[in-house]
Write a protein that binds this ligand. Structure first.
Ligand SMILES: Nc1ncnc2c1ncn2[C@@H]1O[C@H](COP(=O)(O)OP(=O)(O)OP(=O)(O)O)[C@@H](O)[C@H]1O
Length: 374
């Protein structure tokens, strides 16, 4: 295999094609993925399922014979080419920000810029600083920053390397819940404002629900990793055949738009393809603003008719698309389609039998609570 500059792919296929057979002593993973060339793709799965190994293969940090990788029309690895990591236009953000301790933030950023000719820069320095909210930190040394601030600097530095692909390996895993909550909105802004595809490794479902557009779910038996699913985030989370849906913390997401605000009751009125939702919120949000909602399967119940005498605010007409057993004998999982949006309900097996629920049945999905994200 020769080390080569970027080679054009045959045709101009957009997206990321990644085929790897990873084999370590005691661990194998075969992946054959066709991923979108934009937005955030989460590589999600339990510890040891091979997320980092796959990311390192994509970065070219590990060289696996027979692998294939093409990114938006450029081949980075095939039988004849292997573009070394330092020649791949990618940014890599690790769990711990690896900043130079002896340089202040401004110089750390400039280090990222050094090897990029001005004409090739995709994200101007001022935009990267603004997007990550680090303008007030430029004169500070890394050891005077919080973990979250350091990670924001590391992400800004990665953006300045003009990446065509951003790889993030659990960038929030070393942070406590509060720091994590601080940094997530910055990542959501990157997703909204930059057109750089991101591969984001995580084992935290809430992060994935907040950020990802596409979900690659890794799992398999111990020592033999496999891709259990790869698809759009909403539909993949609602798949009752996957372990993510089985757990008590199973959740799906709804992409909604702000429609109004009832200040007397502090309730946001939200619209989505499946209808309208009300969600408590202490302040109004701009009408038309997009919002992601996280809906826990255990907060969704199923009724045969809309029940007016109930404290549950949100009732949506839906159709049952699947029914399966859950992780306890007492529970069942019901997947639903509400105007094209997939939902999941975790209900008791008793209720499922009492209501004689079957696939294809029109029902009402009652949603007790939704969490606003982003
Ligand atoms: N260079 C290597 N040599 C040998 N085994 C390796 C190597 N890299 C990873 N492994 C093994 O491959 C398996 C997958 O590891 P990997 O770090 O990719 O998983 P992961 O899903 O990212 O896990 P985590 O969430 O804990 O970081 C593990 O069993 C690990 O011990």
């Amino acid at each position: 295999m020769s080390e080569a500059a970027l080679a054009p792919a045959q045709g101009t296929a957009q997206g990321i094609a990644a085929r790897f057979a990873i084999a370590y002593p005691g661990f194998t993973l075969r992946a054959d993925l066709q991923l979108p060339g934009h937005g955030v793709t989460a590589l999600f799965g339990a510890s040891g399922s091979g997320k980092t190994s796959l990311l390192r293969a994509i970065a070219g940090l590990e060289r696996h014979a027979g692998g294939y990788l093409a990114v938006n029309g450029e081949v980075w690895q095939d039988a004849r080419h292997f573009v070394p990591t330092h020649r791949r236009p990618l940014g890599y953000v690790f769990q711990e920000a690896s900043l130079f301790a002896h340089l202040d933030v401004a110089r750390n950023l400039d280090y990222g810029l050094r090897r990029i000719p001005a004409a090739a820069r995709r994200v101007p320095r001022t935009q990267a600083i603004d997007l990550l909210g680090i303008g007030h930190l430029l004169q500070r040394r890394p050891d005077t920053l919080s973990g979250g601030e350091r990670q924001r600097v590391a992400i800004a530095r990665a953006l300045l390397t003009a990446p065509q692909l951003l790889l993030m390996d659990e960038p929030l895993a070393a942070l406590d819940a509060q720091r994590k909550a601080e940094i997530l909105p910055y990542l959501a802004r990157l997703r909204a404002e930059l057109d750089i595809p991101v591969l984001y490794v995580s084992h935290a479902l809430d992060e994935v629900i907040q950020l990802a557009d596409h979900l690659v779910f890794l799992g398999g038996e111990k020592g033999a990793g496999q891709v259990l699913a790869s698809g759009p985030i909403g539909a993949t989370l609602a798949r009752i055949d996957l372990p993510t849906a089985q757990s008590a913390s199973a959740a799906v997401l709804i992409e909604a738009t702000v429609q109004g605000y009832d200040s007397a009751y502090e309730l946001l009125r939200l619209g989505f393809a499946g209808g309208e939702l009300l969600a408590p919120h202490p302040a109004p949000l701009a009408p038309g603003a997009p919002l992601r909602l996280q809906v826990q399967a255990r907060d969704v119940s199923v009724a045969l008719a809309p029940a007016p005498g109930s404290s549950i605010l949100n009732r949506l007409p839906a159709t049952i698309t699947g029914i399966s057993s859950a992780d306890t004998p007492a529970h069942m999982l019901v997947s639903l389609d509400a105007g094209g949006t997939p939902l999941l309900a975790r209900i008791t097996r008793f209720s499922c039998d009492q209501l004689h629920l079957t696939v294809g049945m029109p029902v009402w999905a009652q949603i007790k609570a939704v969490a606003l994200l982003g």
